[in-house]
Design a protein around this ligand. Structure first.
Ligand SMILES: [Zn+2]
Length: 148
């Protein structure tokens, strides 16, 4: 299915640290050009940014480590309506959940390439850090391999 080319660097989701700042190192990492994820200090299990408890041992202790922004599309959805007026979203756009290659974590983000191809489950993607003019924080975006 073909889609119109997307020509805007706008965001579908609010970005920046949560009010409790539990994910602050993730956002600071993006600002520094690095993808940082939390890892349990007690058992070593990886977590998604924003999770305060370890799924493996229920520990609150966490360290942050840099990971490679590469993975495969786990699932995706196409939004056809601009529903975030304050962020000037231009539909249609695809949001993907990416299963990272190197750690067992899935991350949400925009698929930002302009290819007129429907995303495919399992397709390789690479992350890159975008700093949209209308956002206070950088965001991680995804591009299909070969489209960079
Ligand atoms: Zn743990």
């Amino acid at each position: 299915m073909a889609r119109p080319a997307q020509s805007s660097t706008t965001l579908p989701l609010p970005c920046g640290p949560a009010s409790d700042e539990v994910d602050r190192p993730y956002w600071d990492g993006l600002r520094a050009g690095r993808l940082l994820l939390p890892r349990c200090s007690d058992c070593g299990a990886w977590r998604e940014p924003g999770r305060i408890l370890c799924d493996g041992c229920w520990s609150f202790a966490v360290d942050w480590a840099e990971v490679r922004a590469a993975g495969r599309i786990f699932t995706w959805i196409r939004s056809r309506r601009d529903f975030m007026d304050d962020l000037d979203v231009l539909a249609p756009y695809e949001t993907v959940v990416v299963a990272l290659d190197d750690v067992p974590v899935r991350l949400l983000g925009l698929l930002s390439d302009d290819a007129a191809l429907e995303p495919e489950i399992g397709q390789a993607v690479a992350g890159w850090i975008d700093e949209p003019a209308n956002a206070a924080w950088p965001v991680l975006r995804w591009t299909r391999e070969g489209d960079r």
